[in-house]
Design a protein around this ligand. Structure first.
Ligand SMILES: Cc1ncc(COP(=O)(O)O)c(C=O)c1O
Length: 489
């Protein structure tokens, strides 16, 4: 096995895993590492370099995606390619699936686990009965037409209803500006495909929505994260980031941000729009949690304040009605809208017509207002239970803020205890799952953060889950050597 020696500067702005990728590429290019040579196991290399294992795992995954390394289960990771000398050292994201998210999902799905880890609303919130009635009504009314190909831009009456609906949130748009998509996730993906090419830079908050990082990885777009404070994206760092990275797009969720729960105040929204307009930087705004505010109306969406036409608004009905029908929407100015339509056509021709018509019917019944009211109240109750249980069961030095809406509690663990990834394995053994902070970061930081979806569980399960989480943390913290070194994962 070949020893790998890479000089890592922990104080450098360049993330550690990128330094490692650069170092290994240079050694392959220089011939110090030959095709066929086996590299150390990620844990061993992490120990040797004094860095976290996740940095090595990420670096190996990206080098595999670049065709320079290959992993053989049970045998190890091998050099396979020869890097071109002088190749741009900026490394494109790996197209490999997110390995942490996949194994986390598998573990959290085991019987008996109280899963705070996902992003889905609780099943008891989904208006299954009302949707059943809407589906039946649509089938009675439209027959086979409901199951034919729908127009790529969406079922026209639904586009009209969405344009009326978003007007209630402050967004003025014509139905012709609405594109119906397969959930908000597809809206984001279409925008990324229409506006960015391989190697382009997407600016986002750090941390950010995991799904946007997945898209960036698959589309080989470079996601650069800008730190946040309690009011969201830090604008004092934005201008510098624009100058340094020449981004093509800025993605953010200003209201009930996933994972932090922050809400950007209106003055910062206005300032953000000014900076972006001056830099001619388009923004894609993600509004999926906008309606889940517990304390009155949140500030208007960025799109409602946008008089320059630089904001695309992506949202949908997954978090407020139900995720399974996959109805989302994009609101964009023309001619960008036409480009988005072309990408949508190539992606899946159309969003299923029956689902669109059923959602349209449901919205027309006016049931959404009462439904949303019930969901908000239930989420608020669950948030209060989660906060109370967190105070009671989590370590005294853990930190979180009270989210004014949405479904997530973003918790910082004490630095003298286990990392989130170390805690995860033990938490599963105690029967509880959460989402690990590093997954939401563009640079694999956030090792001491966890995200809890409190809305996913009924109150007694929230209490029990938090109790198990506290017990799992204490079991690890008590057995921890006093001089524990760098996190192992
Ligand atoms: C911030 C954010 N945007 C988009 C999505 C995806 O929504 P959809 O299910 O409509 O694709 C999610 C789902 O978790 C989300 O949290």
């Amino acid at each position: 096995m070949k020893a790998v020696s890479v000089a890592i500067d922990k104080d450098a702005a360049e993330p550690i895993y990128r330094q490692l990728i650069r170092g290994i590429r240079e050694q392959i290019a220089a011939g110090t590492l030959h095709p066929g040579e086996r590299l150390p196991a990620s844990r061993d290399l992490a120990d040797a370099l004094g860095i976290s294992r996740i940095s090595v795992v990420n670096a190996y995954a990206e080098l595999q995606a670049l065709g320079l390394l290959a992993a053989h289960p049970g045998r190890g990771t091998f050099v396979v390619g020869k890097a071109e000398p002088g190749v741009d050292a900026r490394v494109l994201p790996s197209v490999a699936a997110n390995p942490i998210a996949q194994s986390m999902h598998r573990l959290a799905g085991q019987p008996g686990i109280i899963a705070f880890s996902g992003g889905a609303p609780a099943e008891e919130f989904l208006p299954a009965q009302a949707i059943r009635q809407s589906i039946n009504a649509v089938l009675d009314r439209d027959g086979a037409a409901a199951m034919a190909y729908e127009e790529t831009e969406g079922y026209p009456p639904l586009r009209q209803t969405v344009s009326d609906y978003v007007a209630s949130l402050g967004i003025r748009c014509k139905p012709e500006q609405v594109l119906i998509t397969g959930g908000c996730q597809q809206a984001l993906d279409l925008a990324m495909q229409a506006m960015l090419g391989e190697g382009d830079v997407l600016l986002t908050t750090n941390p950010t929505y995991l799904g946007i990082l997945d898209i960036a990885r698959i589309r080989r777009i470079v996601a650069v994260g800008i730190p946040m404070d309690e009011d969201g994206l830090r604008l004092d760092l934005l201008e510098n980031a624009i100058q340094m990275h020449h981004p093509r797009l800025l993605y953010l969720a200003p209201t009930h941000h996933n994972p932090t729960g922050t809400v950007m105040p209106i003055h910062r929204r206005r300032q953000l729009l000014q900076i972006a307009a001056a830099a001619e930087l388009p923004i894609i705004e993600d509004g999926v949690y906008h309606e889940l505010s517990y304390a009155g109306q949140p500030p208007p969406p960025l799109k409602a304040l946008d008089d320059q036409g630089i904001v695309l608004h992506a949202s949908g009905f997954s978090k407020i009605v139900l995720p399974g029908t996959r109805i989302g929407y994009l609101i964009a100015e023309r001619p960008l809208w036409e480009r988005l339509l072309t990408v949508k056509q190539a992606a899946d021709v159309c969003t299923p017509g029956l689902n669109q018509r059923a959602m349209h019917h449901y919205l027309q019944t006016g049931a959404l207002v009462g439904h949303l009211d019930r969901v908000r109240h239930a989420c608020q109750d669950r948030r209060d239970v989660a906060l109370e249980a967190a105070r009671r069961y989590l370590p005294a030095d853990a930190r979180w803020s009270e989210p004014p809406g949405g479904v997530y509690l973003w918790i910082e663990l004490p630095r003298d205890g286990p990392t989130a990834a170390e805690l995860y394995v033990n938490a599963i053994q105690h029967g509880v799952a959460f989402a690990i902070g590093t997954m939401f970061h563009t640079d694999a930081s956030g090792a001491y953060f966890i995200r809890i979806n409190f809305a996913a569980q009924p109150p007694d399960q929230i209490r029990e889950g938090m109790r198990r989480l506290g017990a799992a943390w204490r079991a690890l913290a008590l057995n921890r050597p006093v001089s524990a070194g760098a996190p192992i994962l």
